[in-house]
Design a binder for this molecule. Structure first.
Ligand SMILES: Cc1cc2nc3c(=O)[nH]c(=O)nc-3n(C[C@H](O)[C@H](O)[C@H](O)COP(=O)(O)OP(=O)(O)OC[C@H]3O[C@@H](n4cnc5c(N)ncnc54)[C@H](O)[C@@H]3O)c2cc1C
Length: 476
């Protein structure tokens, strides 16, 4: 079957990958001139990479890890020590570690919490553990039900100390969803915690050895095109055209640089766009259908990714760091964590600014000033005295609408990959799957969409694309 897919983020690429595996012919149509959507990256004038987001992979990402294996690129994941490292705002420039011993889960995570005495007292640890008990014992069903509460409400209900919230959950919530615990649904961090507690290496972190666009998306494109699929950049979907019975008749593609609009036809159609553009181009008759109406409850959340190149080494820590700053979320010195960005003498800090609601419309200068002032707390020794670290250059990447904003009640709005329209499917990390708005969620959603298509339309023989004339060769 010929399957037209709008969007070359991880969900669209994964969907196409699993469709070619099943014997279908996917044609990916991506609006931008770069692969990857929220994992897209670019090279600056000096040849240095900058990214939409600082991305880490977790041990508890089974579908992503399987995909790396299937693509034969497992060696590109650079696994770090099994530890979570938090800055200590009350002691600037110092860190508190949760070192996870190499023993079975969940004991390993519990031991790491019990051993950490910088952040929590024994009483707080015990109340924390007791509070978490229902989530651990009653599992994911309980966790899903907690979607009616914000994380803060849930912690209060469980009698967990406010200090646990400010010390751990603010950092976790910002890192996972780019919003604070008073806004985030309790289901999100509890889901992540459950995964980490169930798998021995679940909370172990890996960085990719280079840019996601080149090192992860490109091999997916190669895999798809070598097996008869197609990937077209600069191909924005303008309108979903319908038949009289409301099934999809075609994708109307916007002509660029004065070219005419063009209709692409296929047997099956997939939206792997994020939820915001899908809502904008929802055909009028579909707006009457409850399945699509629920999407109104989903919306992308703003986030900002900042890159700072310094004239010296700021730290030798080769790991993701939780800043515990109200401005910033996680950060990493990419000159240590990522092989292709490595530099023994200079640092490139990549930092996520979240929540970014108030910052997204501010100028780059304002964002930079605020970030630099936070850095004086994170790296006091480099910003005091005569020999201060010099900023060589910076890049700010703003994403006004990124992953769906995971507020209470959102779980019920997340759609299945199979829609009520017989020839139209959805992929995207916002669709229903158990891994939240993450790379793992995106890959799983694409796989589930491909599985649903293959179940509904078992493949016959491959067809040739009518879009060949405009094919853009994407080679590694
Ligand atoms: C700053 C930041 C940090 C993150 N950190 C992590 C992390 O550490 N770990 C993790 O697991 N996840 C992380 N994520 C989340 C992760 O990046 C996303 O969940 C995932 O990449 C989403 O993939 P997707 O394919 O569902 O959507 P998207 O990546 O949004 O892809 C949608 C695609 O559709 C395209 N499109 C839109 N409109 C059209 C149109 N009209 N026609 C054709 N194409 C169109 C877009 O250009 C895009 O390429 C982070 C995200 C950000 C922003």
């Amino acid at each position: 079957m010929r399957v037209a897919i709008a969007g070359a983020g991880l969900a669209g690429l994964a969907c196409a990958k699993y469709l070619v595996d099943a014997g279908h012919t996917p044609i990916i149509l991506e609006r931008r001139d770069v692969l990857g959507g929220l994992v897209a990256a670019w090279k600056d004038e000096d040849g240095d990479w900058y990214e939409t987001g600082l991305h880490v992979f977790f041990g508890a990402y089974p579908n992503m890890l399987q995909l790396f294996k299937e693509l034969g690129i497992e060696d590109r994941l650079q696994w770090k020590e099994h530890t979570l490292i938090f800055n200590q705002p009350e002691k600037p420039g110092t860190y508190s570690r949760f070192d996870v011993p190499d023993i079975p889960a969940p004991i390993n995570v519990i031991v790491s919490i019990l051993r950490n005495n910088d952040m929590l007292t024994w009483e707080q640890k015990i109340r924390f553990a007791v509070g978490l008990l229902p989530a651990i014992v009653r599992g994911q069903q309980y966790v899903e039900k907690m979607d009616k509460y914000s994380l803060l409400e849930w912690l209060e209900k469980q009698g967990v100390d406010e200090r646990v919230n400010s010390d751990i959950f603010v950092a976790a919530s910002k890192a996972l969803t780019f919003i604070d615990p008073d806004e985030v649904s309790a289901t999100v961090p509890l889901t992540a915690l459950n995964r980490f507690l169930q798998e021995r290496y679940g909370s172990k972190v890996a960085f990719l050895d280079g840019s996601p666009t080149e090192r992860l998306c490109q091999p997916m494109v190669d895999y798809i095109t070598e097996r008869g699929g197609e990937v077209h950049l600069n191909s924005p979907l303008k309108e979903i055209l319908l038949n009289e019975d409301n099934s999809v008749r075609g994708f109307l593609m916007r002509g660029l640089n004065g070219a005419e609009d063009e209709t692409i036809t296929a047997d099956i159609y997939v939206s792997a766009m994020s939820v915001d553009p899908l809502k904008v181009m929802m055909p009028q008759p579909w707006k009457e259908i409850e399945f699509f109406q629920k999407l109104e409850g989903l919306e992308g959340v703003p986030v900002i990714n900042i890159h700072l190149w310094f004239d010296r080494k700021m730290t030798d820590i080769d790991q993701l760091l939780f800043s515990r700053s109200s401005l910033l979320s996680v950060y990493a010195d990419m000159s240590n964590t990522c092989k292709e960005y490595a530099d023994p003498n200079k640092s490139m800090l990549e930092l996520v600014l979240a929540p970014a609601e108030k910052w997204i419309s501010k100028s780059e200068d304002e964002i930079l000033d605020a970030t630099m002032s936070e850095l004086t707390k994170l790296f006091p020794k480099h910003f005091s005295g005569d020999d201060r670290a010099k900023l060589l250059k910076y890049k700010v990447v703003k994403t006004p609408r990124s992953v769906y904003k995971a507020t209470p009640g959102c779980q019920a709005c997340r759609p299945d990959q199979k829609t009520p329209i017989p020839n139209f499917y959805l992929a995207g990390s916002y669709t229903m799957q158990k891994y939240l708005g993450s790379m793992e969620g995106a890959v799983l959603s694409g796989k589930l969409a491909a599985e649903a298509i293959t179940k509904d339309y078992p493949p016959k023989t491959k067809t040739k694309s009518a879009y060949d004339s405009k094919a853009i060769a994407i080679k590694s």
